[in-house]
Design a protein around this ligand. Structure first.
Ligand code: P6P
Length: 334
């Protein structure tokens, strides 16, 4: 791409998508552009709400509760409502899976896409000021589908777009539509997501590991041995790995994408903690598009999993190619 850093020629998300659509050979119907515009509206609204909610939660501003005196809605409920309304209003989403909704939502009216989302991932950290985020993945409906669960119980390889918006000091949207990863930062004055990380690639290695060691008692011995091996002096660097764990997936994955390293949430007891459709798949697609890898505890490619129910969980190991390969080699998967 040409130099987009000329500050009088900023590339907004909308312009970027139109440029990408023009560049890709396949006949662009503009539907994905419309959907991404509805998605970015939801992110802007959630970003605004989080800034206000932090103040409300922290200092209990008057009017925090609604007219009937209900308690201030939990942030993830607000985020979920914002997201559902934005998808419904988009006119091209037919099916919605949300972490906050037990059942699938099928909208009336037209729509050729199915969206899977975690509206506010990591919300338990919000009062500590830790970055939280919205994670999303998009499927095109199956040919001839009127919208059903079959449109979302599919391998992650069939997602046409995925990413997350992390609400930190600024709102950062990291997005793939299948042609690499691009990062956008919300300019609140302009109300636009601006291209700030063009064609982002994850470093091929980095001695950082990110895992909740408090779960070590639940891991199989081979995983405990692998993590312990990272704490030894490495022959390539002459020192051990650094441990970095925030406990908010979007924040841990964002650091991994930008700095490199290995993030993992292995199976704990009978199943993992992270959900396939709206945490593992979107992050796995993003990491692969940035030149990284994402596998489950058995070393199987995350994107090749076929979920059997919409809130299915999986173990996940993602990050720099060399770091995931180190896990695969150590555990004898390659
Ligand atoms: P633990 C947050 O609750 C979350 O869903 C992810 O954002 C995060 O990666 C994980 O759970 C943290 O889980 O068990 O380490 O607190």
């Amino acid at each position: 791409a040409k130099d987009n850093n000329v500050n009088t020629d900023i590339v907004t998300l909308t312009r970027f998508i139109l440029q990408q659509q023009a560049a890709t050979a396949k006949q662009a119907t503009g539907e994905l552009t419309l959907l991404l515009n509805s998605l970015q509206f939801a992110f802007k609204f959630i970003a605004h709400t989080i800034r206000r909610a932090e103040l409300v939660n922290l200092i209990g501003l008057a009017g925090a509760s609604n007219s009937t005196g209900d308690d201030q809605k939990k942030l993830d409920v607000i985020g979920d409502e914002i997201f559902i309304n934005a998808m419904k209003a988009s006119g091209n989403v037919k099916v919605l899976v949300s972490e906050e909704q037990e059942d699938l939502i099928i909208f009336d009216g037209p729509g050729n896409y199915a969206v899977c989302c975690d509206p506010i991932d990591g919300s338990s950290n919000i009062d500590a000021g830790v970055s939280v985020g919205t994670i999303f993945g998009v499927y095109k409906l199956l040919p001839g589908s009127k919208g059903s669960i079959k449109d979302v119980l599919r391998p992650g390889t069939e997602m046409v777009a995925a990413g997350y918006t992390m609400y930190g000091a600024s709102a950062h949207l990291m997005l793939t539509t299948g042609n690499g990863v691009n990062g956008f930062t919300l300019d609140t004055q302009l109300g636009e997501f601006i291209l700030t990380h063009a064609n982002l690639k994850i470093p091929s290695s980095r001695t950082i590991y990110s895992i909740n060691e408090g779960n070590a008692a639940y891991w199989p011995p081979i995983i405990k041995k692998f993590i312990d091996s990272l704490k030894q002096t490495q022959k390539e660097t002459g020192k051990p790995y650094s441990a970095r764990y925030i406990g908010s997936m979007v924040a841990d994955v964002h650091r991994t994408l930008l700095y490199g390293g290995l993030f993992a949430y292995p199976v704990k007891g009978k199943s993992g903690k992270l959900r396939v459709l709206y945490e593992c798949f979107p992050m796995a697609l993003l990491l692969e598009q940035a030149g990284g890898k994402a596998v489950n505890d058995e070393g199987k490619r995350i994107l090749d999993l076929s979920p059997k129910e919409i809130h299915e969980r999986s173990g996940i190991w993602l990050g720099s190619k060399d770091e995931v390969d180190k896990f695969l080699t150590f555990t004898g998967k390659v």
